[in-house]
Design a protein around this ligand. Structure first.
Ligand SMILES: [Zn+2]
Length: 677
C-alpha cells in the first residue's frame, strides 16, 4: 500500500498515549485550572460511571478508580461532586488510586482496541459505531479519572512511579473528551466518521479523462483507491496523469472539513477542562519539558538539518526541470507537489530513477528479486523478524501470525495504512498492512515490527508506562533497525547480487535513502504546525487550506499543482489528520534513528563510517537496545536515551554524519543552480 517508508506509518497504540512530562510548569497549570474540577476527587468509595450507558454498544458498567476513602456512602459519578473533606489523602491513597486506574484502563483500553481493530479490518456502519462507543467509554472514564487525580496534587511523599503515572494520566488522551456526555459522544463519532471516510476514499475517473481513457483500454477497476492512486504517483511520468491522480485523491477530503472544524471545537473544550490552552498545547506537553522549550528544541533540530534538505531540494528540482520542462518546474520557486513520486510529496524515493546520481551504478533492484522469488506477505514479515531475533530478541508470538492482517482482503473495506498493535496490552502483537513484495514494504515491516518489539519489551509494566520514552522513540526504533539493512545484509539474504564497492554506488544508495529520510523532514513539521495553529485559533476555518499551502511552501518548498481554494480541504487527504495522530513524532524519529544507530554501532564495535554499519547479529547492540525498550515510558526520555546512547539531548549530528558523502556530491552538482524558493 501507499504506506511508504515507514517513518510516518501510524502506530495505533501511540495515538492513545502522549508521553509523560514531569515538568513543573504544566503541573502548576494543571493544578490551577483544575481547581474546581478537583472537588470531584473526594467522592467516596466505588462509583459507577453513568455515561457508559450512553454508547450504542453499552459497555459493561465501569468502576471509577477508588478515590481517597472519605465515607461509606456511595455516589454515582454523574452526581454532584461531594464537598471537600477536611481529611487529606495520603501517598498510600495515591498508590491505591493508580493501581485501580491500571486495572480499569486494562479493561477499557482492551475493549476499545478490540473494537478499533475490527473496525479497521472490516469497515461497516456497525463496526464504526462499535468503535465510536469504545472510544466514548474510555474517554468518559479518563476524563473523570483525571479530575479525581487532582486530589493528589501536592500530597507529600508520593513515590516517583506513582507521581509519574498520575501525570501520564493527565496526558493520556490525544483528543481530550469534554465532560458533557453528549459532546463526548459527538466527538467520538466525528473521529470515527473521519477515519472511515478516509478509509473508504476513492476516485472514479470519468471516461473522458486521462486516467479514464487509459482504464478503457485495459479494463481496470472503475474506481481507484488510495493505493492505486499512489502507485500512479510513484510510477507514472506523465504530467497530466499525475495531476489527475493527485486531484482525484484530494477530492475525497472536502467532505471532512466541517467535521474537522467541529472536532477542533470539542477537542479544545476537552483540553481546556483538564487545564491546557488547547489540544495543541496538550500535544506539545508530552516531552518531559515545557511546551515552549519543546517547540524551541524542534526548531533547533530543524535548523541543523535544513541546509542538507535545501541541497537535496535544489538538486531534485533541477532534475525534475530536465524531465518536465521549465514551464512546469521553475528554475527558482517551489516544486509542484504531484511530481515527487508521492501523494503528499513527503518522501521522494518514487522518483529515484529521475535523480539517480550515477545511473546503473550499484543498482539495488531488490523489488525485482522479491518478485522473482515470489516472496509472500508472511515471508516478508519473516525477513523482518529474523533481524530482531539475530539481536537476541524473542520470536514473534504464535498469535501474531494468527491474528495479523498482512494483505488486503478482497471482500471488504479495510484501512490498509500500516500500523502495529498490542490489542490486549499483554503481548497480543499484530500488524495490519496490505503487504506487497517491494523493498519499501520490507522497510515498513521493520518499522512496524520495531513498534511490536517495543510493546513486547514493556508489556509487563503498569499500563500507563506501556509506551515509548516519547512518541518519537516509538517511531524511531524500527527505522533504526532498518538502517542496518545495508547492501551487505541484503546480499546475505540473497536479495542483492553484489554489494556496491565504488563511491558511485555508495552515493546512489545514499541518494535513495535521502529521498526518504531527508526529504521527509519538513513534511514531518508541517502537519503539526498546521494543526497547532488550527487548534489555537490562529488559523480559522476560513483559512484552513490557505494556511496549509503556506506552510508546505515555506518549509518543503513545494506548491499545489493547481489553484486551490477553501472549498478544498487538502490536510484531510493525509491519514494522520482525520485519524488524530500527532505527527511531529515522525520528525523526531528521523533525527533519533541516526542517533540510536550511531550509539548501537559504537556498542557493536563498528569503527567505519555510519552508512556501512549493520548491527545484524550483534548481541551487545541488541542488549543495549533491549535495556532502553524495557523502560517504556517509566522514565523521562532523556534517561532512556542515556541508557542507549550515553547522551541526554536530541542530536542531529549523527544524521549529518551519515549523509556527509551525499552532501558533498549535492553541493558539487548544484554549483550553477540558484537554490532556494
Ligand atoms: Zn509507526
Amino acid at each position: 500500500m501507499q504506506a511508504r517508508k515507514a517513518g510516518e506509518t501510524a502506530c495505533v497504540r501511540d495515538q492513545w498515549h502522549l508521553v509523560l512530562s514531569a515538568y513543573a510548569i504544566t503541573t502548576r497549570t494543571v493544578k490551577k485550572r483544575l481547581g474546581l474540577l478537583g472537588l470531584f476527587a473526594f467522592g467516596s468509595g466505588w462509583a459507577v460511571v453513568a455515561s457508559t450507558a450512553c454508547g450504542g454498544a453499552a459497555p459493561p458498567p465501569v468502576r471509577t478508580p477508588e478515590p481517597p476513602r472519605a465515607s461509606q456512602a456511595k455516589v454515582s459519578a454523574g452526581a454532584s461532586p461531594e464537598p471537600v473533606r477536611a481529611a487529606q489523602p495520603t501517598a498510600e491513597d495515591a498508590r491505591r488510586f493508580v493501581e485501580q486506574v491500571d486495572r480499569d484502563l486494562r479493561r477499557l483500553w482492551v475493549q476499545r482496541d478490540r473494537a478499533n481493530w475490527v473496525n479497521q479490518t472490516f469497515i461497516t456502519d456497525d463496526t464504526e459505531a462499535i468503535a465510536a462507543s469504545g472510544e466514548e467509554a474510555t474517554a468518559a472514564y479518563v476524563t473523570e479519572a483525571i479530575a479525581k487525580a487532582r486530589a493528589f496534587d501536592g500530597v507529600p511523599g508520593i513515590a516517583p512511579d506513582v507521581a509519574r503515572q498520575l501525570l501520564l494520566l493527565k496526558l493520556a488522551q490525544v483528543v481530550p473528551a469534554p465532560s458533557n456526555a453528549a459532546e463526548r459522544r459527538e466527538l467520538a463519532e466525528l473521529q470515527s466518521a473521519m477515519t472511515s471516510l478516509y478509509g473508504k476514499g476513492q476516485y472514479c475517473p470519468p471516461a473522458k479523462s486521462v486516467l479514464g481513457a487509459k482504464r478503457g483500454s485495459n479494463a481496470g477497476p472503475a474506481c481507484l483507491k488510495l493505493d492505486d492512486l499512489s502507485r500512479i504517483l510513484k510510477t507514472s511520468r506523465s504530467y497530466d496523469e499525475l495531476l489527475e491522480a493527485w486531484r482525484g485523491w484530494h477530492a475525497t477530503a472536502p467532505v471532512m472539513k466541517d467535521k474537522y472544524a467541529r472536532y477542533t471545537e470539542l477537542g479544545n473544550k476537552g483540553a481546556k477542562e483538564i487545564g491546557f490552552e488547547d489540544m495543541g498545547a496538550l500535544w506539545r506537553s508530552g516531552y518531559d519539558m515545557p511546551p515552549q522549550a519543546f517547540e524551541a528544541d524542534v526548531e533547533r533540530l530543524w535548523s541543523e538539518v535544513k541546509p542538507l534538505y535545501d541541497d537535496l531540494h535544489c538538486f531534485t528540482r533541477a532534475k525534475l526541470r530536465t524531465k518536465y520542462g521549465e514551464d512546469k518546474v521553475p528554475k527558482r520557486g517551489p516544486i509542484p507537489a504531484h511530481l515527487l513520486g508521492n501523494m503528499w510529496a513527503q518522501q521522494w524515493d518514487g522518483v529515484y530513477d529521475l535523480v539517480e546520481p550515477y545511473p546503473g551504478q550499484g543498482s539495488l533492484d531488490v523489488d525485482k528479486k522479491l518478485r522473482d522469488r515470489k516472496v509472500t506477505p508472511v515471508g516478508m514479515v519473516k525477513l523482518g523478524e529474523s533481524f530482531f531475533t539475530s539481536l537476541g530478541f524473542d520470536a514473534l508470538p504464535k498469535t501474531f501470525w494468527e491474528r495479523s492482517m498482512l494483505s488486503r482482503p478482497k471482500d471488504r473495506d479495510v484501512v490498509c495504512h500500516a500500523s502495529a498493535w498490542d490489542v490486549s496490552w499483554n503481548d497480543d502483537l499484530r500488524i495490519k498492512m496490505c503487504i506487497e513484495p517491494t523493498e519499501d514494504e520490507l522497510i515498513t515491516i521493520h518499522h512496524e515490527l520495531g513498534h511490536n518489539y517495543y510493546f513486547h519489551s514493556y508489556y509487563k509494566l503498569p499500563i500507563l508506562f506501556q509506551a515509548g520514552a516519547n512518541d518519537g522513540f516509538h517511531e524511531g526504533i524500527g527505522d533504526t533497525l532498518a538502517l542496518s539493512v545495508t547492501p551487505q545484509y541484503l546480499k546475505g539474504l540473497g536479495l542483492l547480487d553484489q554489494v556496491p564497492t565504488s563511491d558511485k554506488g555508495r552515493i546512489n544508495v545514499q541518494m535513495k535513502m535521502a529521498l526518504d529520510k531527508v526529504a521527509f523532514l519538513p513534511f514531518g513539521l508541517v502537519i503539526d504546525k498546521w494543526r497547532w495553529d488550527v487548534f489555537s485559533g490562529k488559523t480559522p476555518k476560513s483559512r484552513y487550506n490557505q494556511a496549509w499551502w503556506e506552510l508546505r511552501t515555506k518549509f518543503q518548498g513545494i506548491a499545489a499543482p493547481d489553484a486551490r481554494s477553501e472549498a478544498d480541504f487538502d490536510p484531510g487527504a493525509k491519514f494522520h489528520v482525520p485519524a488524530s495522530t500527532p505527527y511531529v513524532r515522525y520528525f523526531l524519529a528521523r533525527i533519533y534513528q541516526f542517533q540510536f544507530h550511531r550509539a548501537l554501532c559504537r556498542a557493536a564495535g563498528h569503527t567505519g563510517s555510519l552508512d556501512t554499519c549493520s548491527i545484524f547479529g550483534n548481541k551487545q547492540a541488541g542488549a543495549k537496545l533491549q535495556a532502553m525498550l524495557e523502560l517504556g515510558q517509566s522514565k523521562p526520555w532523556p534517561e532512556a536515551l542515556a541508557t542507549l546512547a550515553g547522551e541526554t539531548r536530541a542530536d542531529a549530528s549523527a544524521m549529518l554524519e551519515y549523509f556527509a558523502p551525499l552532501r558533498a556530491y549535492l553541493r558539487d552538482q548544484t554549483k550553477g543552480e540558484q537554490c532556494g524558493w
